[in-house]
Design a protein around this ligand. Structure first.
Ligand SMILES: Cc1cc2nc3c(=O)[nH]c(=O)nc-3n(C[C@H](O)[C@H](O)[C@H](O)COP(=O)(O)OP(=O)(O)OC[C@H]3O[C@@H](n4cnc5c(N)ncnc54)[C@H](O)[C@@H]3O)c2cc1C
Length: 460
């Protein structure tokens, strides 16, 4: 009853209960649960040569130390602690090196005379933020399963975040919300509050308020969790592989999968679980129908990059925080506008982490150029000392995180976007997980999978 195999008769044939696309947070976790808990045969198709998606651990050959420049830690939310235990990865509170913040306008390279909010004011604002969003938490986490009808969406969620901040007097928390994760949405102040709440949210605030913990492997190598998953999945992963063509019907799916060497395989599966961002480019091989195209075509998104860089002029034990001159002395709603570098953070061993966010055209070349330009501007402005024997910033490691923080306009939300998006679940034997269906936090996505998988398996 499977759809007809595609193309090449020579391609080896793989028959599975579920084919999963993308071995990041949501796909790798789903693969383990489907295989071990639900006793399904799975095949995980991952385009890189490793699992783990946004986790980037840099093993420094000089110092022998490891530095995480992607995912920093896991909110102790939902199944997170249990999953680490299950994978035999020992976890503790994440190591945090205290850094001194130096505020610099990266558009000019000049230092900014900025007074960060007092810590007591920030804590009070975070507590007020949590109280303000508490009534909405069940509508939003761990996904939009209980999202209200278009005419019942709380007005707070549709306010531009800047107005939400003003309404609840959250000014003293804004720079922290932005610097930690809120910057992912780009122009945070003008983004609907819904998406900033999703980018920061209850689990994160509880962590900062000391009401909930955060976890990280005690090895100080965050990739350890996905190395453990890879071991458990063994030959059920096709690495360095992507789908080049797909036939999807209500009876099942057939996928033509190609690896880096150009070798192809046909995968026939009863169900398909797509665990990658649904950009037009990513979805192209899946031959979306009109309904799917209409929904996914509405998404706007950011592009995110992170790197490990080095230069003798960069300051040790310091975080250079991008702060517009207009934020001086204490205008907390003045934030960098995309495309921007958020910070240069000292890691240790003469290494710094850079994190940057841009629009949908912000590619790796543009991001790396921005690093070099922002750095040169700081030297030219006298904010950083010149160095006699080293001009350009050296890029030691790079992660192109691609499209993230999928979001739509208030008008689309009021036109029932969330309901239309969720109605795609299960059509043509295809199910979806990942950030675009929930939030950009690994432990929340694991909790999202815990809800999704039984629904997926309950269908014929
Ligand atoms: C710099 C950075 C720091 C972060 N820090 C944290 C943090 O501290 N804590 C936290 O909880 N979250 C953090 N996040 C967010 C978190 O990593 C994401 O929300 C989460 O990884 C999203 O999971 P996902 O399954 O949707 O996608 P991903 O984890 O990105 O997984 C997608 C996977 O699919 C693969 N893939 C992509 N396209 C294809 C294709 N066409 N075919 C096959 N495979 C494909 C990718 O290689 C990847 O492995 C961070 C994100 C970034 C970028």
């Amino acid at each position: 009853s499977s759809p007809l195999p595609l193309g090449s008769n020579a391609a080896p044939f793989v028959l599975k209960d579920v084919a999963i696309i993308g071995g990041g947070a949501s796909g790798a976790y789903a693969a383990v649960r489907l295989k071990e808990d639900f006793k399904k045969s799975v095949i995980l198709i991952e385009k890189e040569s490793r699992l783990g998606g946004h986790v980037s651990t840099y093993d420094d050959p000089v110092s022998g130390k490891s530095y995480d420049f992607g995912v920093q830690n896991w909110n102790d939310y939902g199944p997170a602690a249990a999953f680490f235990a299950r994978m035999n990865v020992s976890v503790g509170a994440p190591a945090r090196t205290p850094l001194v913040s130096n505020y610099v306008d990266f558009t000019t390279g000049l230092a900014v005379n900025y007074s960060a909010p007092a810590s007591a004011d920030r804590t009070a604002a975070l507590a007020a933020f949590l109280a303000a969003i508490l009534p909405y938490e069940d509508m939003l986490l761990p996904g939009y399963w209980n999202f209200p009808r278009p005419d019942a969406i709380p007005a707070d969620l549709l306010l531009p975040f800047g107005e939400f901040v003003a309404k609840y007097h959250l000014q003293a928390a804004v720079n922290q919300v932005f610097e930690v994760t809120g910057m992912g949405v780009g122009d945070m102040i003008n983004t609907p509050a819904l998406y900033v709440i999703q980018a920061f949210g209850g689990p994160m605030i509880r962590n900062f308020l000391g009401q909930a913990g955060a976890l990280a492997p005690t090895s100080r190598r965050n990739i350890e969790i996905y190395e453990a998953v890879a071991k458990r999945l063994g030959g059920d992963v096709l690495y360095s592989s992507t789908v080049t063509q797909a036939v999807r019907t209500s009876a099942g799916v057939t996928l033509l999968v190609k690896d880096a060497k150009g070798k192809t395989k046909l995968v026939v599966a009863k169900k398909l679980l797509i665990a990658i961002e649904p950009t037009a480019e990513n979805m192209e091989p899946f031959e979306l129908d009109k309904t799917e195209k209409e929904v996914f075509g509405k998404f706007k998104y950011s592009k995110v990059h992170a790197g490990v860089v080095s230069h003798p002029s960069l300051p040790v034990n310091v975080s250079l925080v991008n702060t517009p001159a207009s934020a001086s002395p204490a205008n907390y709603l003045e934030l960098p506008k995309p495309n921007f570098i958020v910070r240069f953070d000292y890691l240790g061993s003469n290494l710094w982490r850079v994190l940057m966010v841009g629009d949908d055209k912000f590619d790796q070349a543009a991001a790396q150029q921005l690093v070099r330009d922002n750095f040169q501007d700081m030297v030219a402005a006298g904010t950083l000392p010149p160095s006699l024997n080293s001009d350009a910033v050296e890029i030691k490691a790079w992660a192109n995180h691609g499209a993230m923080h999928m979001r739509v306009s208030v008008e689309e939300l009021k036109a029932g976007f969330v309901q239309k998006q969720y109605a795609l679940q299960g059509r043509r034997s295809t199910w979806f997980t990942g950030g675009a269906w929930s939030v950009q936090f690994q432990s929340v996505l694991w909790a999202f999978d815990d809800i999704l998988l039984p629904k997926m398996l309950a269908t014929k």
